[in-house]
Ligand binder design. Structure first.
Ligand SMILES: Cc1ncc(COP(=O)(O)O)c(C=O)c1O
Length: 227
């Protein structure tokens, strides 16, 4: 393991890198792949376009395995976590009076887009996570009959608080509420199972724990919610 780490991470010798939760350094293989792709575009444009499509499908299959999605068709590649959250927010048919429940500690990507639905009469409710109750109970306490969706980060970016996603997913399923998880602080560093947590939507850009470049995100949507 140590060998692989040394081979793949060619960091400056005077650096101890502890910022994967922000932007991770690229492994050597990532760097090579990007360089090869740039070189290929320079030499022959999109001549091998059909091969590129195979690479894309292969990546979706790998992402499917990484998060235990039922099918590669449940995986889309988007630009980033924020874009995927916007796809969900603006892909649903909201009705005046609907509400969305989240926390008061979310990264702005998982807040601003939901707040922007206020012009449709949709309310964004933020649970206080530092209350006496558990973080999950704090969320549940804001839910009522008009709650259409709960959206939460799997791990809070500012505190590292890890949510009990299985519990929230179970709660949502039993009440017909959609469950959306910003998983950028989890996927790649811990096991992540979209079926176990009963998630409807999961998104994560690759530039943190998946050790990829910025600008390429995994977006999972379960087939029923997608319809
Ligand atoms: C919890 C969380 N969500 C979203 C983002 C932003 O993601 P993206 O740049 O992929 O839109 C970050 C980045 O730090 C984050 O920590």
């Amino acid at each position: 393991m140590q060998d692989i780490i040394q081979k793949e991470f060619n960091l400056r010798k005077d650096l101890i890198y502890l910022n994967h939760a922000g932007v991770s350094p690229w492994p050597v293989r990532t760097s090579k792949a990007v360089q090869q792709f740039a070189e290929e575009n320079t030499l022959q444009g999109s001549f091998r376009y059909m091969e590129w499509m195979k690479t894309e499908t292969n990546l979706r299959v790998q992402a499917q395995k990484l998060i235990n999605a039922p099918s590669k068709d449940d995986i889309a590649l988007l630009k980033n976590t924020s874009e995927a959250l916007s796809v969900v927010a603006y892909g649903l048919d909201w009705e005046k009076g609907d509400n969305i429940v989240s926390s008061n500690e979310e990264f702005p990507s998982n807040k601003i887009v939901w707040e922007s639905l206020s012009h449709k009469g949709v309310e964004f409710r933020e649970a206080e996570l530092k209350s006496d109750t558990s973080p999950e109970d704090a969320l549940f306490s804001l839910v009522d009959k008009r709650t259409r969706l709960i959206t939460i980060s799997s791990v809070q970016f500012s505190t590292g608080l890890k949510m009990d996603l299985e519990r929230i997913g179970h709660f949502c399923k039993s009440r017909g509420i959609l469950f959306c998880v910003d998983a950028i602080q989890s996927i790649g560093s811990v096991q992540f199972d979209v079926q176990k947590i009963k998630a409807d939507f999961v998104m994560a850009d690759g530039h943190k724990w998946m050790l990829g470049p910025e600008g390429l995100a995994v977006f999972y949507s379960n087939s029923e919610a997608r319809d």
